[in-house]
Design a protein around this ligand. Structure first.
Ligand code: LLP
Length: 422
């Protein structure tokens, strides 16, 4: 990775598994977005959920990215990492009171996901004496052709207002206090391999922009969400570039004089990161060959959860064993604990290094402590420098939260209802 030899980390005895990120790849992926929006009035807001390590956040903030958050702690971390509140937005189909409070105090944009969300934002903003700027989240019922768990733009999704629901909301929007609607948002889904759904969605939103403007709302922002895929196959998939994304929506922006907001997560950080593990052993159950590694679904749940493909290689180039089709699996007590299936690899020896590519997005961020495999370390490579940007969790970190103490929640009043006859 850049000028650091990954196998030298293993030779040095660094504990596996761990995530490692390349600063140069992060900068290159940011650059593609920066060029795509050059000459446009646009904010590229990084979706913090994809990877919230502050070392990456600080770099993205330094490049000029905005930030898209979904909780009060994401918001806090983003602010501490240097993102400007004027370039930030909070989403959520169920914003908790603490999330709303934090977003309204920071003065960032908020999306509105439902009628109840609107009413809660209004009452909280009124109580705080602030005026919140809102984007209406529209569900355009357009199929992004991705895994159902990460598809958000069809009517069976829990997110946003269907087109008809926006129509029904218009009278309510005429009587707003403490909030103003300044834009429209949609996010069709993640791992998009085509910009056509974005083009279609932008056209559909344009109609609503005109209607809302006719109602007197100062609509300035068109937020097309995130979702651009990456080539996890490393060479086989043709994925659109950020430039193709902006070209797909540019006619609508020009026609209506709108500012563009984009919310990429994966396409900014996935390629920059890899998960590194060590081989624990090789086994053969008579039907299949397995490479068992210390990296598992506890660090990277994507293969288990979405059947996602990540390219996997052995780190050592001189591995001598015969090439076989292996399932690369972790040590977690679940049959779904696999990182890759049927992968052609030379037979490794115990202790050999394994690299799982393109794990920078939704890797550590979705990791769990299942089987008490605790949070692993993260490293950042920049040229020939190597920094640890997160230490691995320890047993002490875990046990600090165990407690056994009485708590008082008030006593139950005797029931006023007459006792049942029988
Ligand atoms: N904006 C909104 C409203 C979103 O819901 C998401 C992702 C993004 C932006 C960023 O999407 P991206 O550019 O990263 O695709 N855990 C899944 C992905 C879940 C995405 C959730 N929302 C995975 O590992 O593939």
């Amino acid at each position: 990775m850049e000028r650091v030899r990954l196998s030298s980390l293993l030779d040095a005895g660094i504990e596996t598994p761990f995530f490692i990120y390349s600063a140069a790849q992060l900068a290159a992926d940011w650059q593609a977005y920066a060029e795509a929006v050059a000459g446009l009035d646009a904010i590229v807001g990084y979706a913090v959920k994809a990877n919230s390590n502050p070392a990456l956040l600080r770099r993205l903030a330094g490049f000029g990215a905005g930030a898209v958050v979904v909780s009060d702690y994401e918001l806090r971390l983003a602010l501490e990492s240097g993102f400007a509140p004027q370039q930030m937005l909070m989403h959520g189909n169920g914003k908790r009171p603490r999330d709303l409070e934090a977003a309204l105090r920071a003065g960032i944009l908020l999306s509105v996901d439902s009628e109840f969300d609107l009413e809660q934002i209004i009452s909280r903003a009124t109580a705080l004496g602030v005026t919140a700027r809102l984007l209406l989240r529209v569900n355009p019922d357009i199929d992004p052709q991705v895994h159902p768990y990460i598809s958000t733009g069809l009517l069976d999704s829990k997110f946003g207002f269907a087109e008809g629901a926006v129509e029904r909301l218009r009278p309510r929007l005429q009587k707003l206090s403490s909030v103003e609607v300044v834009g429209l948002h949609c996010h069709l889904g993640s791992t998009l391999k085509s910009v056509q759904p974005l083009r279609d969605a932008a056209r559909l939103l344009a109609v609503l922009v005109n209607e809302l403007r006719r109602d007197g709302h100062p609509i300035q922002i068109l937020d097309m969400g995130g979702g651009l895929g990456i080539d996890y196959s490393r060479g086989r998939d043709k994925i659109p570039t950020p430039d193709e994304v902006t070209e797909a929506v540019r006619p609508v922006l020009d026609e209506l004089g709108l500012q563009l907001f984009l919310e990429p997560g994966r396409s900014l950080v996935a390629r920059a990161g890899a998960l590194i593990g060590r081989v624990l052993g090789v086994k053969d159950n008579g039907r299949k060959h397995f490479v068992v590694t210390d990296a598992s679904m506890a660090q990277l749940i994507r293969p288990c959860l979405y059947g996602a493909f990540h390219s996997i290689e052995l780190l050592e180039e001189s591995v001598a064993g015969p090439q076989l089709a292996f399932d690369v699996v972790g040590p977690i007590c679940e049959s779904s604990d696999f990182l890759g299936q049927g992968r052609l690899l030379p037979t490794p020896r115990p202790g050999d290094g394994v690299i799982i590519y393109d794990a920078g997005a939704y890797g550590f961020a979705m990791s769990s402590r299942y089987n008490l495999h605790l949070g692993c370390a993260e490293y950042l490579v920049d040229g020939d420098s190597l920094r640890r940007v997160r230490t691995a969790e320890t047993f002490d970190d875990l046990s600090r939260h165990f407690s056994d103490e009485p708590i008082s929640v008030g006593t139950r009043q005797p029931s006023a209802r007459p006792a049942a006859r029988d």
